[in-house]
Design a protein around this ligand. Structure first.
Ligand SMILES: *[C@@H]1O[C@H](CO)[C@@H](O)[C@H](O)[C@H]1NC(C)=O
Ligand SMILES: *[C@@H]1O[C@H](CO)[C@@H](O)[C@H](O)[C@H]1NC(C)=O
Length: 820
């Protein structure tokens, strides 16, 4: 074969030979040159083309979806596939709002105003806002699917918003909402006048047509149409009050869903229909667009003396054999039924009665769960993302996200690492909701295996985020906490033969692998099997300790001088957890998971862990890096040769960090949540003497023990409670956070039931810590009306934003002692 090939070539050469040696050498030469030049030119063009193609490929990568089947079919949330969860209170940023799980759903919601106000313009409540200063609000009961009951306490009256859904037809069925308002005190001779305003707004598609009463002020109903809802009718059948009330409405055009309140304010006018009053009334001014103009925002207003209530019914056009209207007594009876079912299911799942909790404590736990489930939102739109290959941020693909939110007032959108904790609770209440949420998140993965950590989808979400936090960078990680609920959900699936379970596992497997590979290649340290949170700023001089936002623990102190050589214990533990789960799934599916198994064994090997992360000197698990504790924030000194009368420019400048001692490579001197990670994720062996050491340090008040839960950073640590810049107060430097305390209890529960010498110690700590947490979170809720973002380690008081019924709602699982 070889020779044949050679011969053929020889023949070719010899055939060409005469002309090469050629008759017309000149011409031959020039055509050769031409050929070479052409070839070179073509090559250059091709190279340039290839280069640009490659550059384009690099730029596109960040916004290219992972090449693997998606978890969810494209239409999986639509009413023909999932009618039960189509409608919902999926607008957690509003006090009360409804929408569907379709991309450009019409939205509906409540605004209200106290007619007694003397403020101009009158304060109108709409989006949850701490500035409104409401004494309390939140869901008391909400099952995530069929109904919800919410109480909203305003300064001198209380609103109750109840809704019930009713299946029927082909478009997700009907629902009715009832809003009632009760004055706090019925002082004879005083009246309380309040306006409730219920609106519907279109998101770019559909039609709205109000049916106005003969008197010309009352909207009796609204006929509407949209792609996914077909024909529908919204009516306002009943608004009862013992005293006169007044109706008005607004029909106008809003420029966007984020501008509804502005549009409404523009349509308000001041009227005096009752001359005895000192202040005028605020009423909506009717139709604001010409007869032939387009109305995309309609609001019904009823103004009445308290107490009163109104109902809103949504009826789907395709629901033809409706038994009776879902209003009045029919509504009452159904609400009571749902409420009883909720109570039964709650006791069945969490068993708080049998654990001896009081009625009031159980109501608190129900509220915590209901707010977690009832704040689940549905968002749609593109993230803004950027990689090193993009000069400017680019749009991610238009994506849907069904997700819990940390806080309705402050963080009403999806956060990657919060969501893992949220679903520890949600999955215990309704595993189907959790699987749906986790699937939405995993489908956000790009071709690199990256998931943007903060999801700001749609104009309403975007309106609440300062510009500097909008763009998500693809170098940045966030703890892969989705592993936590997945582990629990999957536990029951691993040995199941159900088709749906196998399907879920098969879909989740390639996504988890891609996700793992992204961390295992981009977030590694310079030593083998070490991991590093990328994205710390090593060049600035403002921060006392450069933040590690990606770790989720923001300002928790790490190496003072970020370098490529540092490595982080918490990320290593997350990786151990993730590799273990993937290995288990592989085994269950009969696929090859050996590499994951090997990685898991390596990452959980206590000998290796100790070599890399155990500080003998401090007797604790630690990060490693270039570090010094001797740093201080100082105002820059004025220059020495200042002219007389000249103002030193630096005096107006921010303080900067002074480094008072040369940083050294070694273990980072800090004790807090990060040092606990090998315990938190159950990686320390139950027999390890290191476990004893961690347990005693946990109980030490000098470190992290308090009467209200474990504080994030030990009082013995230099950085404890320190500002990170002049303007940046401590966040994870002392405060008590409930997600980490939940993990601690879960770990203690594991160590107290595993054979070993420290069983008893773990058990004692467990009991005490659990009581401390429950007592304090409950007490703060009673006193302030809210569950909080975190708690003060000195006083137990709620801190940060509120309501925060994301991971702080894990208190329900703590009461129920559910850790698996
Ligand atoms: C009307 O007044 C009566 C008697 O004062 C009271 O029982 C009833 O609840 C009131 N109705 C409403 C709708 O507030
Ligand atoms: C993770 O990365 C290390 C180092 O490159 C490699 O040895 C290991 O096999 C990887 N693990 C998996 C599961 O890919």
């Amino acid at each position: 074969m070889m020779t044949k090939e050679l011969r053929r070539r020889n023949v070719k050469i010899s055939r060409n030979a005469p002309s090469l040696l050629g008759v017309k050498p000149e011409k031959q030469k020039s055509s050769m040159t031409k050929y070479v030049i052409t070839a070179a030119a073509v090559t250059v063009v091709m190279l340039i083309f290839a280069y640009f193609r490659y550059q384009m490929f690099l730029r596109e990568r960040v916004k290219t979806p992972l090449y693997a089947p998606t978890m969810l079919a494209k239409d999986s949330t639509l009413p023909n596939k999932e009618p039960g969860r189509f409608w919902g209170s999926y607008r957690p940023h509003t006090y009360f709002g409804m929408r569907t799980r379709s991309p450009s759903s019409p939205v509906m919601g409540l605004m209200w105003l106290n007619q007694q106000t003397r403020q101009m313009p009158p304060p109108i409540r709409h989006w949850c806002d701490q500035g409104d200063g409401l004494p309390k609000y939140g869901w008391l009961k909400h099952d995530g699917v069929k109904f919800g009951t919410q109480e909203i306490v305003d300064t001198d009256f209380t609103l109750t918003t109840d809704f019930i859904k009713r299946p029927g037809g082909n478009h997700g069925g009907d629902w009715t909402a009832r809003i009632s308002a009760q004055p706090h005190q019925n002082v004879p001779g005083t009246i309380k006048l309040v306006s409730l305003m219920f609106y519907v707004a279109l998101d770019g598609q559909g039609l709205l047509e109000p049916i106005i009463s003969k008197t010309g002020n009352r909207i009796n109903s609204i006929n509407g149409y949209s792609e996914e809802l077909g024909n529908f009718k919204l009516s306002f059948p009943k608004s009862s009050s013992n005293t006169t009330y007044r109706h008005s409405y607004l029909a106008t055009q809003a420029s966007g869903l984020d501008k509804l309140k502005d549009s409404l304010m523009n349509g308000i006018r001041v009227e005096a229909w009752d001359r005895s009053r000192q202040t005028p009334y605020y009423v909506l001014g009717g139709r604001q667009v010409p007869r032939d103009g387009v109305v995309n925002f309609l609001t019904y207003q009823v103004t009445a003396e308290l107490p009163f209530e109104m109902e809103v019914t949504f009826e789907s056009g395709s629901f033809v054999d409706r038994p009776e209207k879902l209003t009045g007594e029919v509504f009452d009876a159904l609400l009571q039924q749902h409420s009883l079912n909720f109570d039964e299911k709650f006791e069945d799942k969490f068993q708080l009665k049998s654990k001896g909790f009081s009625e009031s404590q159980i109501d608190f736990a129900k509220a915590a769960l209901s707010n977690m489930v009832g704040s689940v939102g549905y968002f749609y739109g593109p993230s803004l993302v950027q990689s090193v290959h993009n000069a400017e941020p680019v749009r991610y693909w238009n994506a849907a996200l069904y997700t819990g939110v940390p806080s309705r007032s402050f963080f009403p959108r999806g956060f990657l690492w919060d969501e893992g904790f949220h679903n520890l609770l949600i999955s215990k209440w309704d595993a189907e909701i959790s699987k749906d949420i986790l699937s939405h998140w995993l489908d956000l993965m790009n071709t690199e295996g990256w998931i943007p950590r903060e999801q700001i989808l749609g104009v309403e979400a975007r309106a609440r985020v300062p510009d500097e936090f909008v763009v998500q960078k693809n170098e940045n990680a966030n703890p892969p906490t989705l592993i936590l609920p997945l582990q629990r959900l999957i536990k029951d699936m691993l040995h199941s033969n159900k088709e749906s379970d196998k399907k879920f596992l098969s879909a989740v497997f390639p996504r988890l692998k891609a996700w793992f590979q992204w961390y295992n290649t981009t977030q590694v340290g310079s030593k083998p099997f070490t991991y590093r949170w990328k994205g710390r700023d090593s060049t600035g001089n403002r921060e006392l300790n450069p933040k590690t936002l990606t770790s989720g623990l923001d300002d928790y102190p790490r190496a003072s001088h970020p370098t490529d050589d540092e490595y982080h214990i918490d990320l290593r533990c997350w990786m151990a957890l993730a590799s273990g789960l993937i290995a288990d799934i592989a085994e269950s599916l009969g696929l090859d998971g050996r590499e994951y198994k090997a990685t898991h064994q390596l990452l959980t090997n206590n000998g290796l862990l100790d070599q890399l992360h155990w500080s003998d000197k401090k007797q604790q698990y630690s990060d490693y890096g270039l570090h010094t504790d001797k740093v201080r924030l100082e105002r820059p000194k004025p220059p020495p040769n200042l002219q007389p009368g000249q103002r030193p420019p630096q005096m107006n400048m921010d303080k900067i960090r002074m480094v008072l001692a040369e940083p050294q490579k070694g273990f980072v001197n800090a004790f807090g949540y990060v040092s606990l990670f090998p315990l938190l994720l159950k990686i320390v062996e139950p027999s390890s003497p290191k476990l004893m050491r961690i347990l005693s340090d946990m109980r030490s008040e000098k470190h992290i023990w308090t009467d209200y839960g474990l504080r994030s950073l030990g009082q013995s640590t230099v950085m404890y409670n320190r500002y990170n810049t002049e303007h940046d107060p401590p966040y994870w430097r002392g405060a008590i956070w409930i997600n980490m305390n939940y993990l601690a209890l879960s770990a203690l529960d594991y160590y107290k039931s595993s054979p070993g010498p420290y069983k008893q110690q773990a058990e004692d700590l467990y009991t005490e810590l659990r009581n401390n947490l429950i007592n304090n979170i409950y007490k703060q809720y009673q006193q302030t009306g809210y569950i909080w973002e975190n708690y003060n380690d000195k006083t137990g008081e709620g801190k940060g934003c509120h309501p925060f019924t994301g991971w702080s709602a894990l208190v329900t699982l703590i009461m129920a002692e559910i850790y698996e």
